[in-house]
Write a protein that binds this ligand. Structure first.
Ligand code: SF4
Ligand code: SF4
Length: 187
């Protein structure tokens, strides 16, 4: 008897993607130019073209549990190269958002922790405060000694400022942006 479980397509997934971002992944004709140009595809479990294909097939569980979108660096190379003008980078972001909103454990949790720490940092300081980001990330991941040597080197070269650059006007602007996003998310 086979031990393989059947893959169950989720017919609503494609519509969910379409409704959320208005990107028609059905335009993809699998030329794989996106995958060929992606600087992160070597580390992904599914290449960008494969992920797009999986979305078209409605393989929601496979897509939401994939490492691919968590490794995407949003460099936009795929989107720029696609002859069908499929905004693959936007698809990557959307798949992340759907995974988080549906409580799917991120396949690479450190990336999700980094995203949360970076957003909080920008919200509070109006720009990136690297030392604050490192502290926040360490508290989320409990990897207190990871990359410590690199951190010391950066600090000695003056790349990590002890005091954040604070500008009330800038912080107010970012607070307004975050508040608008929060309102939209509640709608
Ligand atoms: S480049 Fe565009 S058309 Fe080609 S495989 Fe990627 S998404 Fe599909
Ligand atoms: S945006 Fe993401 S998926 Fe597209 S090429 Fe860059 S890293 Fe790869």
């Amino acid at each position: 008897m086979s031990t393989q479980s059947a893959v169950v397509p989720n017919a609503k997934f494609l519509k969910q993607m379409d409704d959320t971002i208005k990107v028609n992944v059905n335009l993809c004709f699998q030329c794989r130019k996106c995958s060929a140009g992606c600087p992160m595809s070597y580390a992904m479990d599914y290449t960008p073209a494969q992920l797009i294909h999986a979305i078209r097939l409605g393989l929601k569980d496979l897509v939401l549990n994939s490492k691919t979108m968590w490794l995407c660096s949003s460099c936009q190379t795929c989107t720029t190269r696609c002859p069908q003008e499929v905004d693959i980078a936007k698809v990557m972001d959307t798949v992340k958002i759907i995974a988080v909103s549906e409580g799917v454990k991120p396949a690479i949790s450190s990336v999700h922790s980094f995203n949360k720490a970076a957003l909080r940092n920008i919200k509070w300081f109006g720009r990136m405060y690297e030392l604050g980001l490192i502290g926040d990330l360490k508290m989320r991941t409990f990897e207190f000694f990871k990359d410590m040597g690199l951190g010391v080197k950066m600090f000695l070269k003056g790349k990590l400022k002890i005091i954040p650059s604070i500008s009330p006007g800038r912080t107010l602007t970012t607070w307004k942006i975050f508040s608008r996003v929060n309102k939209k998310e509640r709608i």
